[in-house]
Design a protein around this ligand. Structure first.
Ligand code: PLP
Ligand code: TYF
Length: 390
């Protein structure tokens, strides 16, 4: 049976972890995979999460099944963080807990196919390399459109809008809610408004991937674009992740929210989400969502989480400013958001930086900003600029 299988390419982002670990050079720099790193280079567990885990250990009295929706209180607490307090009671929006943002993307894609096999999803280029496997594998046709020009470091908004004019009512647009991966180039508020207007006028369905809320310009600000398009659209999907903004990556914690035309339709959507979850993971893993629920349900822990999230956000902004100040050609980095930016380097230059300096970034020249420290940022900038000069 298995002799028929073909070799598969491994996930090149995750492969970078092993490559960098194997490099014996003390001065190596890891700006590869997208996890938050503090000034000392570590990815510690957030204080509030650690506290919530202690509470969980002491008070959890059963590990019996919760059902396919997962932790309903967790979903209820995340809803206003994503959509705002006013939308918390909107009964057109339903949500289920998923195994991370990846699970939410996959579940959303399955729902789309189940609802309409002919629906297509428009996806800006470049995008996160996992979008295609998660969405196309479910059977949704992806239509690529321009988004970002690496040479000018700008969003090619006119070309994007021209392409979206080709979408039919009921087609989807995949949007990065904030902290665009891999470019760091987020839509400006007026661009979000233009897209919201198009969505409303043409009956398009936004599918927002919100994996980094709070790591760009703050928790509220990072949700503004998402709220605009969801408000404007009759129907929408949001794949949310807590894995970055609660630092619980391996706990696989997120939600899929779906806005239907009315409350009755939302009930039908919910039934379909539960049915589809049953075909894939039956029920989501509990631990991360339980810890997040405890944090958000406790005023002190919630405040401390916000404070630590804001510290992480500030560190990202500070390193962006340092890189931007190092060379005029890197100035654009300070206008971008989140953990990622792309450098104007070819794959050959990326590999040469790896060999010459032990600098590990994705082949696409995407860097994780927080892989840099006060000590390494100038050294990194010098090596990059030298390579840009040829
Ligand atoms: N979407 C984007 C753009 C991401 O970068 C990630 C990161 O992993 C995810 C979704 C999924 O996150 P999770 O680890 O919660 O599955
Ligand atoms: O883009 C990144 O680096 C993060 C982490 O299969 C990641 O989103 C990378 C690859 C992957 C899952 C998560």
């Amino acid at each position: 049976l298995f002799d028929r299988l073909e070799e598969q390419k491994s996930d090149s982002l995750l492969q970078l972890i092993a490559l960098c670990n194997a490099d014996p050079r003390a001065e190596k720099i890891d700006v590869g995979v997208g996890v938050y790193r503090d000034a000392a280079g570590g990815t510690p567990i957030l204080r509030a999460v650690k506290e919530a885990e202690k509470i969980l250990l002491e008070t959890q009295d059963t590990k019996s099944y919760l059902g396919s929706q997962g932790d309903a209180r967790f979903v209820e607490l995340i809803k206003p963080i994503v959509f705002g307090e006013a939308a918390a009671a909107d009964d057109r929006i339903v949500g289920v807990q998923t195994p991370g943002g990846c699970g939410a993307l996959r579940l959303g894609a399955e729902l789309i196919v189940k609802a309409n096999r002919a629906a297509r999803i428009f996806v800006g280029q470049p995008t996160w390399p996992n979008h295609a496997p998660l969405i196309e594998c479910a059977g949704v046709e992806m239509v690529a459109h321009p988004y970002y020009d690496r040479d000018t470091q700008t969003i090619t908004f006119d070309a994007m809008m021209d392409a979206l004019e080709g979408a039919n009512a009921g087609d989807l647009i995949l949007l990065h809610g904030s902290c665009h991966n891999p470019t760091g180039a987020d839509l400006a508020p007026d661009q979000w408004r233009t897209i919201a207007e198009l969505v409303a006028r043409r009956g398009l369905v936004p599918f927002v991937d919100l994996a980094y809320q709070g790591l760009g310009n703050g928790l509220e600000q990072d949700a503004e674009g998402t709220r605009l398009v969801v408000e404007a659209a009759e129907q929408a999907l949001v794949a949310q992740s807590c894995d970055k903004n609660f630092g619980i990556y391996r706990e696989r914690t997120g939600c899929l929210f779906v806005k239907a035309s009315d409350a009755r339709g939302a009930g039908v959507v919910m039934g379909n989400l539960l049915g589809l979850a049953r075909t894939m993971w039956s029920m989501p893993p509990d631990h991360g969502a339980a810890a997040v629920r405890i944090v958000l349900d406790d005023a002190d822990l919630r405040r401390d989480w916000r404070a630590e999230l804001d510290e992480m956000c500030a560190r990202i902004r500070a390193i962006r400013a340092r890189l931007a100040a190092a060379d005029p050609r890197l100035a654009y980095i300070d206008r971008q958001n989140g953990m990622f930016s792309m450098l104007p380097l070819s794959k050959e230059q990326v590999l040469a930086l790896r060999d010459d300096h032990g600098i590990y970034m994705a082949d696409s020249a995407r860097i994780n900003i927080v892989g840099l420290s006060d000590e390494s940022v100038d050294r990194f900038a010098r090596a990059v600029v030298e390579k840009m000069d040829g």
